[in-house]
Structure formats: structure tokens, C-alpha cells
Design a protein around this ligand. Structure first.
Ligand SMILES: *Cc1c(COP(=O)(O)O)cnc(C)c1O
Length: 427
């Protein structure tokens, strides 16, 4: 199956006609538990000697179909679906971390992720150090004996900045740590982080994978390439795990160790499970992922170029524009397009931004992105409100900028809407 091209995989990977009924589309297995053939069968399932269904907190046929499809699209060996993108991030760190461990994270992240990493994970005894990932020396210098992972976004929210994944993965290889890439804004159609050296890929399926604002979900994909036993830093994977009757996951399961650990311990004990109905909607969304992403990118280029030429605008951050300092990097890291999310600095600052948001008719003012509909938000007064102004500026969410998520409507209609609202905002 993995020999097929992306357009074929997005429709077929991970699914077959339903073995019980022949149903061509993946049914919603709205079910909790699965009958064991006999006591032996049950024992083999619980020992991970045989793969099968036990209880839907761990695995469910509809959710597994989605996991397998996303793994195929990202070029990974396995995947785990979670209840949200934020759940996927905690779940991604869980097999790697112990109290006292830290991660090195990019300063350019989704606002909620900065809060999750700078505040909430402290409750687990974990911590994060934030570094500008364009400063590779600073990145390497931040690593200490307790560092267990390096985390960044391929294309970052809100500015549409592109991370130099090949350069960052050269550093993570050198220091022997896993690189986790949040690929939400690019989707596997525009960027395949594993090909650039990522160990794990995380997604908020809430965004482009589903593509229409109907689901809250997340996915973790494992490349299967990291040697969890080499450094002794990942005992939950390399040593006998007391939470799973002493199983040595890496020794027993090889490249599938991380995926099985995430299901058998992560989902079992943290319970951040995706529901079958949500998985079904995301599977439907993914069938048209490449078509939608091409249209998102084409529209984003047209709208960003129009805004950049408009005298009411200070600057546009879209990496798809030739004027962007990230343009060359975007062509290398995400050759099919730099996504459809960017920020716009409006002359007139904070007040003009608020008026712009209030006067748009087609764009919706919401805290979401990656919808078929075009969306806008003033990050400084909403998603990035919890941050200091210095953190807002570092994250690309300064008070004078709005963030646009360009949808798949007609680009001329989007421009007309921005034109009339800018006229009011800057009058
Ligand atoms: C939305 C988002 C998240 C969080 O995902 P949820 O599904 O809302 O929990 C994480 N990373 C990025 C880049 C996002 O856009």
C-alpha cells in the first residue's frame, strides 16, 4: 500500500471493505468491548502477542483505520489517535519523560502549546526551555543531561514561519534525542517531517486533517527510526516496564515499541482516547486533503500578495511570498506550498485590528484554523492573551497583527471582504 502516491493513500490507506459486512466505507464502530474467542485468545491480546481489540479506550476499529491512514500519509510505522491535539502532545512526551526531565521547545509555537509547556507540564515534574530554532548553537547548548526531546512546529502558528527541519534534525541526531514535529499547519501533503529527520510527528486533527471544523482530535505518528535503547535515557521503552508486567517494549516490539507503549500504557492509563465518530469524520476529511490543501495554498498566495501590495498594511508574514525571509526554506521543507495561515500587520495597530475583525462579513472571528471557511483572529487579545508582550512578539502575535486562516472559497470574494473591512478599520 505504501507504494501508492499520496492522492491514492489518502483515500485507501488503513482501510479495507469491512470484513463482517463488506461495507465499502469505514463503519463507525460505536462500540466499547470485543468478545474474546476464548481465555487463551484474551491472554494473548493482553500479552501483546497478538494484535486485536479489547476495549475502546485502547483500540477501536474506526479509530485504528484513521491511525493507520495518517501513519501511511506521514511515512511512519505506527500511529495513535488522541482526544485532541493537546492530548497528542502530552501523550507524545509521556513514554519519554520522568519527573525532573525537560524538553527544548521552539519559541514559535501555537499559544496554547506555549502555555501547556511553560506552565501545565510542571505539575508532572517536567519542564521546557524555549529557544529560537534559527539559532542552532543555542539549541544545542540548551540540551542538558535531563533533556529527553526537542519540539517544534513544521510551519508555525500564528506567523506561518517555516522551521528548517533538516538543520534542526542534524542537531537532534548529534545530541541523540528524538525530534517531535507538530505538523498541524502543513498537513502531510505539504510537509513530511519524517523525511526531514523527525522521530515523531504530532497533529491536531481538529484542523486541516478533518478540514471543516467538526472534530476535536489529535494523532501521534512514530517514524520507527529512533533507537530507544542506545542512551539509557528512555527506560520506560528500553527497560522492564513495571506498569506492563515488566515488558521490555523496545526489545519485544522493535520499531513498533513506541506505538504499543502509547496504546498499552498511555491510552490505558491517561485515557486521552479519540472517539469513533470523530475518527470517522476525520477519515472523510482526509479523503480530500490534497485537493483542499492545493486550494488553500493557491488562495493564500493570492490573498497574501494582494494584502502585501495594499498601503493600509505594514507587512504580511506568509512564507509563500517571495519577499518572505522563509521563502527559500519553505521551498525546501514544504515544496507543495507554505500552508494557508499567516499574520498581517495593520497600520493603525491594536485598534485597527479590532475594527477589522469586527467588520469582516465572510471571514469568521474564531479561535480555530484549517477550516474550509476563512477565519480571522486577533491573537494578542485572544489565543496569546496569557503571554507577556515579549512572548507575544517572539511567537509572532504582536498587538498590531491579525492572523488569517485562508479557506477554500473564491479568492476574489475573500479579497473584496478584506477590502471593505480595511476601509472601515483604517478610516
Ligand atoms: C490547534 C493546535 C494545537 C492544539 O490542538 P487541539 O486539537 O485544539 O487540542 C496544537 N498545535 C497546533 C499547531 C495547533 O494549531
Amino acid at each position: 500500500m505504501t507504494d501508492y502516491s499520496f492522492d491514492t493513500l489518502q483515500v485507501h490507506a488503513g482501510t479495507e471493505p469491512d470484513p463482517a459486512t463488506g461495507a465499502r466505507q469505514v463503519p463507525i464502530y460505536q462500540t466499547t468491548a470485543y468478545v474474546f474467542k476464548d481465555a487463551e485468545h484474551a491472554a494473548r491480546l493482553f500479552n501483546l502477542q497478538e494484535v486485536g481489540y479489547i476495549y475502546s479506550r485502547l483500540t477501536n476499529p474506526t479509530v485504528s483505520a484513521l491511525a493507520n491512514r495518517v501513519a501511511a500519509l506521514e511515512g511512519g510505522v505506527g500511529a495513535v489517535c488522541c482526544s485532541s491535539g493537546h492530548a497528542a502532545q502530552i501523550m507524545a512526551l509521556f513514554p519519554l519523560m520522568m519527573p525532573g526531565c525537560n524538553i527544548i521547545a521552539s519559541t514559535r509555537l501555537y499559544g496554547g502549546t506555549i502555555t501547556q509547556f511553560s506552565q501545565t507540564i510542571k505539575r508532572f515534574g517536567w519542564s521546557a526551555k524555549f529557544v529560537d530554532f534559527d539559532d542552532l548553537e543555542a539549541l544545542e547548548a540548551a540540551v542538558d543531561d535531563n533533556t529527553r526531546a526537542i519540539f517544534c512546529e513544521s510551519i508555525s502558528n500564528p506567523g506561518g514561519y517555516v522551521t528548517d527541519l533538516p538543520a534542526v534534525s542534524a542537531v537532534t541526531d548529534k545530541v541523540g534525542l528524538p525530534l517531535i514535529v507538530d505538523n498541524t499547519l502543513a498537513s502531510p501533503y505539504l510537509c513530511r517531517p519524517i523525511e526531514h529527520g523527525a522521530t515523531l510527528v504530532v497533529h491536531s486533527a481538529t484542523k486541516y486533517l478533518t478540514g471543516n471544523g467538526t472534530v476535536t482530535g489529535g494523532v501521534i505518528v512514530d517514524s520507527g527510526k529512533f533507537n530507544w535503547s542506545a542512551s539509557g535515557k528512555f527506560p520506560s521503552l528500553s527497560e522492564p516496564e513495571p506498569a506492563y508486567h515488566g515488558l521490555k517494549f523496545h526489545e519485544a516490539l522493535g520499531p513498533m515499541a513506541y506505538t504499543f507503549h502509547s496504546i498499552a500504557i498511555g491510552l490505558r492509563d491517561l485515557g486521552m482516547t479519540m472517539n469513533p465518530q470523530g475518527a470517522h469524520y476525520t477519515l472523510m476529511g482526509i479523503e480530500t486533503l490534497s485537493l483542499r490543501m492545493d486550494k488553500h495554498v493557491a488562495n493564500a498566495k493570492t490573498v497574501a500578495a494582494w494584502l502585501e501590495a495594499d498601503p493600509r498594511i505594514d507587512y504580511v508574514t506568509y512564507a509563500g511570498l517571495e519577499s518572505s525571509p522563509w521563502h527559500e526554506r519553505a521551498n525546501r521543507v514544504c515544496p507543495k506550498g507554505a500552508g494557508a495561515l499567516f499574520t498581517v500587520a495593520v497600520k493603525g495597530g491594536y485598534d485597527a485590528c479590532v475594527k477589522l475583525v469586527n467588520n469582516l462579513k465572510l471571514f469568521s472571528h474564531v479561535a480555530n484554523l484549517g477550516d474550509a471557511r476563512s477565519l480571522i483572529i486577533h491573537s494578542a487579545s485572544t489565543t496569546h492573551r496569557q503571554l507577556t508582550e515579549a512572548q507575544q512578539v517572539a511567537a509572532g502575535a504582536a498587538p498590531n497583527v491579525v492572523r488569517l486562516s485562508i479557506g477554500i472559497e473564491n479568492a476574489a470574494d475573500l479579497i473584496a471582504d478584506l477590502d471593505q473591512a480595511l476601509a472601515v478599520a483604517t478610516a
